[in-house]
Design a protein around this ligand. Sequence first.
Ligand code: SAM
Length: 297
Amino acid sequence: MYKVASRSDCVFDVNKKLFLTYLIKNGGPELHEYEEFNFIVKTLDPENLHEFREVINPILNVNTLIGRSYVKPFGYPGDFYLIDHIYSNHVNGDKKYRNWDIYYQNQEGTMAVRNRKDYFINQCLNLALKKDGEKRVLILGSGPATDVNEFLNIYTENDIRFDLVDFDQNAIDYSSHKNKKFEKLISYHKVNVLRFEPYMRYDLIWSAGLFDYFREKHFVYLLKKYINYVAEGGELVIGNFSTENPSQILMEVVSEWYLNYRSREDLLKIAGDAGLLNGKVFVDSEALGVNLFLNIQ
Ligand SMILES: C[S@@+](CC[C@H](N)C(=O)[O-])C[C@H]1O[C@@H](n2cnc3c(N)ncnc32)[C@H](O)[C@@H]1O
């Protein structure tokens, strides 16, 4: 009997190629074409991946945000430049790339990155209001430090000092240039977070966009290490993309951007493995629930 192929049975056929070629010509999908493009990405047979990439090759370069994370000019996908451009909602003005950036900026994973910046700013505001006198914040994997920059621009009464740790000198150069006017409030440490040895305790130790790259073993090691540097009444807050990230397939198929996705239960288990469940431990999230935050007080 003749079996009508369901959409997901289809191979990477000529119609899909034509559609993708049309998108490339049009500078990316328009809103009403998102569903069709997402469908092609989500149902792509790994055997067609090479062909798929060949068709979209004209945008797999630093001219688009999605292409930048594929070519990884600094050797890793979420570099400081990309993250800062997500924060500023950057869109390439060139018609050849414009719709691709608009599409990328509208993905839930991208929105969750912007939301985590706001989450950090709220953490800092709470800290500023909670405690008198000088406060200390340590950031692990600080990248562009746009979050710090926005907080310092908003909260002019600030008496928080920031220590930023990043192993990429390019990220440190970028963030120190961006934060030039706040240079008295920020110290930079170019070192791997696995090896950094703090010489003080902090009211807040924050990390987002970093622990998703670590396997459990290193995650647990870092929790055990950094909890020792949390001041009395302070917090350790670690971001991690949730297993419910709707943008995971897009990130993996188009950009080869792989993360260790974790559920709330996974994060609590890791805290338990680090022996930290005796304090106040909970998992919070930004508004979309895509970026989770393990919070240890
Ligand atoms: C995706 S960015 C996140 C930046 C920032 N936390 C944010 O949320 O905007 C991750 C940063 O961590 C840095 N990084 C990655 N692995 C690191 C490690 N083992 N030690 C120190 N920095 C690291 C990278 O250089 C990059 O700047």
